[in-house]
Design a protein around this ligand. Structure first.
Ligand code: GLP
Length: 259
């Protein structure tokens, strides 16, 4: 794992956007794993502004609320249309979001896993992190071998996401259909982006804490190709930052990204 700390939120977001654009230059038909949340809004705005082509890409989102139709303004499908898909040249048929409105969720989950496999797996999986330590909606005690399935949301997560549901956590769906931790770990590369002071404690646990299913995001420590990109605020509880900065300043891989 590499931890990259940028002075500002804009610079952290910009670095991730540049990384994605570089990967797409190498492989225009890459399969991208996408995430939602407020953090990613800035990233998608950056990608849209860059004019990058997603014409040959396939995308798979991490998760979707159960019980919301795709057209519901609070669904993650709507989020993706609003923040990315409607503004880029991606073929709508190549965009995938779990079907949280399916009557048979088990089947929808299996279909999703099969579609990822049929696409040749995910090349780059983008991750945010929830204050409960989730990646996707893998709440505490999610098995590290879990695959796409339905999951109950924690009160912390429902409170964290209440803003998008009129401010009342009770309005946030109780469950979600999410890629499993095992599904996420199968991606060839992971890029976790976290910004702002509210993420500092959980980022430190995920990156430096014990690997435990109580913090699903700690599973990224087991991935052989994982980058964690944070701003100063989200980095503030990390104890090993001098070394992380040293790596970023010296690894040839990061030469183009230091400015
Ligand atoms: C939701 C998503 C997560 C995401 C998290 C972070 O809970 N299911 O995948 O990581 O939001 O949200 P934000 O960026 O708004 O803090």
């Amino acid at each position: 794992m590499e931890v990259i700390i940028r002075p500002s939120t804009e610079q952290a977001v910009d670095l991730v956007a540049r990384l994605i654009i570089a990967r797409l230059k190498e492989k225009p038909d890459a399969t991208l794993g996408l995430a939602t949340g407020r953090t990613m809004e800035r990233l998608y705005a950056n990608l849209v502004a860059s004019g990058v082509s997603l014409a040959q890409c396939r995308t798979f989102n991490l998760d979707e609320y159960i019980g919301l139709e795709p057209g519901d303004p609070n669904s993650y499908r709507s989020y993706m249309q609003t923040h990315l898909f409607d503004h880029v040249d991606i073929d709508p048929a190549n965009t995938h979001v779990p079907d949280g409105s399916a009557s048979d969720l088990k089947k929808a989950a299996e279909t999703y896993e099969q579609a990822i496999l049929a696409a040749g797996g995910i090349d780059l999986q983008l991750l945010g992190i929830g204050e409960a330590g989730h990646i996707g909606f893998n709440e505490p005690l999610s098995s590290f071998m879990s695959r796409t399935r339905d999951k109950s949301l924690t009160p912390t997560t429902r409170a964290q996401n209440a803003e998008m549901f009129g401010g009342n956590p009770e309005n946030v769906p109780k469950r979600a259909l999410t890629m499993g931790v095992g599904t996420i770990l199968d991606a060839k590369e992971l890029v976790l982006l976290a910004t702002g002071p509210a993420k500092a404690a959980i980022v430190a646990k995920a990156v430096e804490g014990p690997v435990t299913s109580m913090v699903s995001a700690s599973a990224i420590q087991m991935h052989p190709n994982c980058k964690v990109v944070v701003d100063e605020a989200a980095a503030s509880a990390l104890s090993g930052r001098d070394y992380y900065d040293f790596v970023f300043q010296n690894e040839p891989e990061w030469e183009d990204y230091r400015t």
